[in-house]
Design a protein around this ligand. Structure first.
Ligand code: MG
Length: 183
């Protein structure tokens, strides 16, 4: 079986509305729904670095994050692809964040798949030997060029402006991923 790696936040799990609610109730700050990324919020002085870190540890490492949504069709397609691929989730999350991700996955009817956390390190080591990898963050994909044959960026408003090298393909949604990876 070929090996398929999938990022977690922004590819499988959608916590954008939780981030928006969190900023409103904890900091009294309105953030745009689809711009909850560290780079955007800190560069634009919307949140301080410590506010962003507090939000991420509360939403990724406590039960608060269990309310997060499934990225549209991720559950259906991952269940389908699990028949033909060896799937692992490869996330930058901490060990506690991985624990909560596993809990969320089982609550949301995903198949039992391995979840590897790199604790904010790059993903190259964890992805050695993989054939496919999907992420929503271009900076996570760039070190994998020429190391993994098939690289995909899941398109969102926050990465729309990024220019991709020819080795990375932009995909619009899980239906497109399903079409591309269908065996
Ligand atoms: Mg991500």
């Amino acid at each position: 079986m070929q090996k398929l790696g999938i990022d977690f936040d922004g590819v499988i799990q959608d916590s954008s509305f939780l981030k928006k609610d969190y900023c409103k109730s904890n900091f009294g700050i309105d953030i745009p729904l689809n711009q909850g990324k560290r780079g955007y919020l800190i560069t634009n002085n919307i949140l301080t670095e410590s506010q962003y870190d507090q939000m991420v540890s509360d939403l990724y490492e406590t039960e608060l994050g269990l309310e997060a949504k499934i990225v549209e069709n991720a559950d259906t397609v991952v269940n389908e692809l699990a028949k033909n691929y060896e799937i692992s989730i490869v996330t930058s999350r901490s060990p506690l964040g991985v624990f909560m991700a596993k809990k969320w996955l089982s609550q949301n009817n995903f198949p039992t798949i391995e979840v590897i956390g790199t604790n904010n390190k790059d993903k190259l080591g964890a992805l050695t030997g993989f054939d496919y990898y999907i992420d929503d963050d271009l900076s996570k994909l760039l070190p994998l060029v020429h190391q993994i044959s098939n690289l995909y960026l899941l398109s969102w408003e926050y990465n729309q402006g990024e220019k991709l090298p020819p080795e990375i393909n932009r995909v619009n949604d899980w239906n497109e991923i399903s079409r591309l990876l269908k065996i």
